[in-house]
Design a protein around this ligand. Sequence first.
Ligand SMILES: *[C@@H]1O[C@H](CO)[C@@H](O)[C@H](O)[C@H]1NC(C)=O
Length: 323
Amino acid sequence: MCYIIKTFINHLLILTALPLSCSPLALLWLCLSQLPMSYMSCIFQLSPRRTDVLTVTPWLAPVVWEGTFDPMLIDAIYKPMNLTVAATVFAVGKYIMFLQGFLESAERHFLVGFRVHYHIFTDEPEKVPPLTLAAGRQIIVHKVHKLNRWQDISASRMQLIQKVIEDRVHREAIYMFCLDVDAKFYSRWGAEALELLVAQMHSWFYREQRHGFTYERNPASKAYIPNGEGDFYYAGALFGGSVGEVYKLAKMCHSHLEIDRANGIEALWQEESHLNWYLLHNKPSKVLSPEYMWDNKKGQPGEIKVIRFSQVPKNYKEVRENA
Ligand SMILES: *[C@@H]1O[C@H](CO)[C@@H](O)[C@H](O)[C@H]1NC(C)=O
């Protein structure tokens, strides 16, 4: 009983700390009448809300699934901070065809209500669609050379991310995400994803055992992960964190890609292999569930309650250079 009263008081304290100009009684009423039942049960006990999936890693980083967080509470915490989040997007070669769908859906679902700088890397700046963005959001176009092999395009991303942080992002943003362009947003992709170092469980491997992960297995590669090691298989299509952490990640992955190249080695999944090596040795402080970058080819299994962002089905032959 005492515990119930204590959590109830704690809860009230949290609520009254929010910048709402209401009396405690009004807040109590608000909290009892407006919030969903699942949230009301929290007043009496903060019980785990998802038991069907892993919600915390062995190093105590949260794994973000629908039902593990309260979006209203998250927004009430982060929105007053007036944060700027940078997003890098590579739309090189034929991938420019995905940019409009990406941006339009991002304006509906990606960090809505936050200041977002989209850094678009493309060889054809004139093809960036002219869109009207919400207040505080802007597109910054960077012209890059078209590389011939998609493997090289992938490998050069880390270098470009490193450079854009040095040039301006370190001054302009607090957090950043690096996102694949051939995908669309379908549902809230919000501030619950913010943390120092953020990575995502790959939608194809989140149910796999470690031995099934497609890590680089050549000991001569800088991306080498021996059998029996590894936490998750992380997606190369989505990573982020504080600008400082993303900088360290991009810099090291870039240097490892260069060392491999000098030795005539190309890791199995290029950048993604090096990212997985980095994240094994530098644990992410938050792990995103596959909801945050899904692949519709996998249908919608029961544990995926919401698809927030998903790859656009494509024919690799049509979009990849020299595939
Ligand atoms: C939010 O941040 C931007 C850019 O840093 C600044 O121009 C703006 O005045 C800030 N808004 C508030 C309400 O502090």
